[in-house]
Design a protein around this ligand. Structure first.
Ligand code: NAD
Length: 738
């Protein structure tokens, strides 16, 4: 047996070397420069060793591998940017060479002359799948939850280590494009149907089956290296391809509005690559990959959607020196829409939950929501019957506050009413043990105000969930004026336990996410009032990269909730705090027309009975004199949406509500889907440059209202040439590549 740092190599009596990838101190294998060096050495070693007839590569962990270490790619950006300043050509050449390293390594494996089989024992993603595709055989385990994917497009890049060329030479072009441009996960069965793996077997049969392929004489030659090879369907110059290719860019544009350079590059790589010999095709891919890596989108998406998200998930904002809390029991008070789902996700994380409501019937109804979710998951094969039953056994409905006497944390999700919340805070604190934490899920009431009802405001904090709780990955943790470090640490330990990503924000009306979301919705109100056709408003938002149009989103949130918030703002801050035209529009919708949104089947959209789809309410167009669609500059509508949200985020930084740019960026993408290709609200500003952003704000302020005026901080940053990531450097003491 030969031991490497990340691999072991053990050759059996049949001359088959088993290479086991098991990186020390990591929960998942990733491709780093060390891994590349060792894999290179293993190829040399097994080729040189005459006793070795073939190689099986597998993983020593439950998953196969997550693919390339994106931190490595992030550091490539820094190298590139530093070099570019002095010599742009050398910088691009260096990037090209770096990018080619993995491609070259996998090609070396593929052409080494001995058969390699990848034994995919668990989830296999990105670069690891590209490596497997370079092997001559692939066997996958049918163990539960094994996923096979090339998800690079989701972080702004694309499979650049041969993936676009091998997938499109194994699978039909349409399935290949679909898989890579969406980054979708495949089950092993689907991967086999696409011809990406040769066999799917029981987990205990994996290694024997992989070895058997070699014993059966697997040829160490890739199909595309055989004479006369033709891609499935015959390649580009066939009648079928003539159907597919003209439509492909249009379909991609419909899905992405041209916002994702990585997705478009996949189309180019496959289309161009299938027309040339394989090694030339790899070069084409390498060139496009180098080009995409130089885009702001790739840089910003990798930073926010990979690096920052991981850092926040690992507790970047957790106060040091407070031991980790192993939560044994959590209380949830209020078993309604939110509380029921909070109880479910908590129990799903293995924590016992006491779910309290005003009476047993209401509490049991809340548990019923969990029962429905479990049934759904069991039906979809995500949970076994036993796991589902165990999960539900952890939720105990109750109407008795004394059941909270041994809770570590209580989350309050009762009506959004100060008086109701005050009574609940008192009732809970009467039984809650010393040192346990009280968290409110309020969406509109400032935490510091609620904490005035608490006898221990140091242990009082906000933990703000988003609906639907089981799907939304973000949780806002809100610090009241007196919230202590322990409260923050426990809240973050809880959010980590339920596997969500936290952002920590200081107390303010609407916190971070809702402040931004309401700017988005209010811009749509402005557009409606100006007579922009409603369909154009919704489409412009989608073209901006927002997953849901603002009118559709307002229907989901409920229009009467918007009305309540506008009225509360007037009551608290005075008439001038809201636009009277907005209030008039919303009052008309709610008070005159009873159009409250999806919940009562009528809002900005009509909601006919299924399977019919919702459609914009035709009468909306009669509210205001309509402008002619072709006289409206849609690019300005797009800018207005992005800029109004980004400006609000900049204000939260200026006010000290959000203190770390990573949180604003990650929070904006996970909280309301802010155009992911930008890397989030502040990366959007940094990406174009604060100077350019300030100019854009000034232009929009002149044409579309003073709410676009750039703030003092932005002007100062523009004058100094700063970015958010340099001014609010999340890594103090180091130079941030901004
Ligand atoms: P809901 O009306 O569906 O549920 C509230 C529950 O609290 C009801 O089951 C009610 O019986 C119970 N309740 C009321 N008084 C109680 C008392 N004294 N003791 C015990 N239980 C009591 O409301 P919801 O939409 O789940 O909202 C709950 C909280 O979550 C609010 O503060 C809201 O602002 C916040 N929130 C809501 C959303 C959302 O999308 N709905 C999102 C984030 C946060």
């Amino acid at each position: 047996m030969t031991n490497y740092t990340n691999f072991t190599v053990e050759t059996d009596v049949d001359g088959i070397a088993l290479v086991t990838w098991d990186m020390p101190g990591k929960s998942m294998n990733v491709i780093t420069t060390d891994v590349m060096d060792e894999l290179n050495a293993i190829i040399d070693q097994t080729v040189a060793d005459n006793t070795v007839k073939g190689v099986v590569i597998t993983s020593g962990k439950s998953s196969f591998s997550g693919g390339a270490d994106l931190s490595m790619i992030k550091s490539m950006f820094s190298l590139y940017r530093d070099e570019k300043a002095s010599s742009p050509d050398t910088a691009a050449q260096k990037l090209f060479d770096l990018v080619g390293r993995l491609t070259g390594l996998f090609r070396k494996l593929e052409t080494c002359g001995k058969p390699w089989v990848s034994a995919i024992n668990g989830t296999c993603m990105g670069g690891a799948l590209e490596m497997s595709l370079a092997c001559h055989g692939r066997v996958a385990s049918n163990a539960k939850g094994v996923k096979i994917a090339l998800p690079e497009v989701k972080v702004g890049i694309f499979p650049g280590a041969g993936g676009t060329q091998r997938v499109s030479r194994l699978a039909d072009a349409q399935s290949a494009l679909q898989m890579m441009t969406t980054g979708q996960s495949l089950t092993p069965a689907r991967a086999k149907a696409m011809n990406l793996v040769h066999q799917v077997v029981e987990p205990d049969q994996l290694i024997p089956a992989a070895k058997q392929l070699i014993k059966d004489g697997l040829k160490p030659v890739a199909p595309w290296d055989e004479k006369g090879f033709k891609a499935p369907g015959g390649g580009i110059w066939t009648p079928a391809a003539a159907q597919l290719w003209p439509a492909a860019p249009a379909i991609l544009r419909r899905e992405t509005a041209g916002n994702y350079p990585g997705a478009l590059a996949i189309l180019k790589c496959v289309y161009e690559g299938l027309q040339v010999p394989f090694d030339t095709a790899l070069k084409i891919e390498q060139r496009y990959f180098t080009e995409v890596l130089q885009t702001t989108e790739a840089f910003s998406m990798i930073r926010s959607l990979f690096v920052s998200m991981q850092e926040l998930g690992k507790g970047a904002r957790r106060p040091a020196g407070i031991p980790k809390t192993e939560l044994k029991k959590v209380g949830v008070v209020g078993a309604g829409f939110m509380g029921a789902s909070i109880a479910y996700v908590t129990a799903a994380a293995g924590i016992a939950v006491t779910l309290i409501d005003r009476d047993m019937e209401a509490a049991a109804k809340g548990k019923g929501v969990g029962e429905g979710l479990v049934k759904d998951s069991v039906g979809k094969g995500r949970l076994t019957q036993d796991e589902g039953a165990a999960l539900l056994s952890r939720i105990t409905p109750s109407a008795d506050y004394s059941d909270l006497k041994d809770a570590d944390l209580v989350i309050e999700a009762v009506f959004e009413d100060r008086e109701v919340k005050r009574a609940v805070i008192e009732a809970v604190e009467a039984v809650l043990p010393e040192g346990a934490i009280f968290a409110s899920n309020t969406s509109t009431l400032p935490i510091s105000g609620l904490a005035k009802n608490s006898s221990r405001p140091v242990d009082f904090i906000g933990v703000h969930f988003f609906s639907p709780v089981e799907k939304m990955m973000l949780t806002e943790v809100i610090l009241g004026k007196e919230s202590g470090d322990k409260a923050l640490a426990v809240a973050l330990d809880y959010v980590a336990a339920i596997k969500k990503t936290p952002i920590v924000v200081n107390d303010t009306r609407g916190f971070f996410v809702n402040r931004c979301v309401f700017r988005y919705i209010h811009e749509a109100y402005d557009m409606l009032i100006e007579g922009v056709p409603p369909a154009m408003i919704e489409n412009a938002a989608k073209m901006a990269g927002m997953p849901v149009g603002p009118l559709s989103l307002n229907d989901e949130v409920a229009i009467d909730l918007s009305q309540k918030i506008l009225k509360a703002t007037v009551a608290d801050l005075g008439e001038a705090a809201v636009d009277p035209k907005h209030l008039a529009l919303i009052n008309r919708m709610v008070d005159d027309l009873d159009r409250r949104g999806r919940k009562n089947g009528k809002g900005f959209y009509d909601y006919p009975a299924k399977p019919a789809k919702k459609s914009l309410w035709p009468e909306l167009k009669t509210f205001y004199p309509q402008q002619k669609a072709d006289e409206i500059d849609v690019s300005v509508l797009i800018q207005r949406f992005l800029v109004t949200i980004a400006l609000e985020a900049a204000r939260t930084m200026e006010e000290g509500i959000v203190t770390d740019p990573r949180e604003a960026d990650v929070g904006s993408i996970l909280g309301f889907g802010f155009a992911p290709y930008t890397g989030g609200v502040l990366s959007y500003i940094d990406g174009m440059g604060v100077n350019a952003f300030v100019e854009l704000c000034e232009k929009l302020a002149t044409s579309n209202g003073s709410h676009f005026k750039p703030t003092a901080l932005l002007q100062e940053m523009a004058a100094k040439g700063e970015t958010f990531y340099s001014r609010f450097n999340p890594y103090p003491g180091t130079k941030e590549a901004a």
